[in-house]
Design a protein around this ligand. Sequence first.
Ligand SMILES: [Zn+2]
Length: 264
Amino acid sequence: MNKIYFCFPGGKHKALTMSYDDGKEEDRRLVEIFNRYGIRGTFHVNSGIKDNIRIPMEEYLDLYQGHEIACHTLTHPTIARCPLPEVVNEVLEDRIRLETLLHRPVRGLSYPNGSYSDEIKKLLPSLGIKYSRIVGDSHGFDLPTDVYEWKPTCHHNHNLLEDGKAFVDLHKTQYLYLMYVWGHSYEFTRDNNWEVMEEFCKMAGGREDIWYATNIEYVDYMEMMNRLQFAADNSFVYNPYVTSAWISVNNEIREIKGGQLTQL
Ligand SMILES: [Zn+2]
């Protein structure tokens, strides 16, 4: 029987994703650094807050091109303290405003002030939200088991370069690994440490064995993997999606094209 392993796009076994909150002016410099090294991520923004320390919404499409723009609620309340209908409005109205601007589905969230509850988590699928990031550091590279309580590897002020070095050095291809970095771009100016991100991106960017993904690309890709239709004896697979999936068959990387039945 064929031995099948799921892989990331291109047959890779490591993925890197970034998540930065609040959409403040310093995102300009951060995006420029990401782009220079081919690193991609998600910018979680509050569409209901307008002030002179945030990127104007009309600039989102240009500035964040190639990255994901996702929800961080309309006005950034500590939502575990709010009535649930208010939470619904904070998420849905944020989605509506962002989608009106971007003309594409907006399905990601990070919890403002890291605040959430079991009730809020249960609400999110019905609001069209596919994942939500919490705060904290796992300092690990395991794939998330619950993407509605998605804990990153580290904040950029918490051993980023050490964790990054460990990630880059991972070589056991029998595992899938994910590194997930989070923070706020204004912290680099506040702490005068832009060089930490510069150094990290230089080390972790442009590598053959890493898939550079936005948060939602990771979530969508893993969902697709779980919906591939394998024959009971692994002799063929049907991919009902339009995009390609990548698997290893007896240690050989195979691209499984969308909408096709593939003999393995
Ligand atoms: Zn925030």
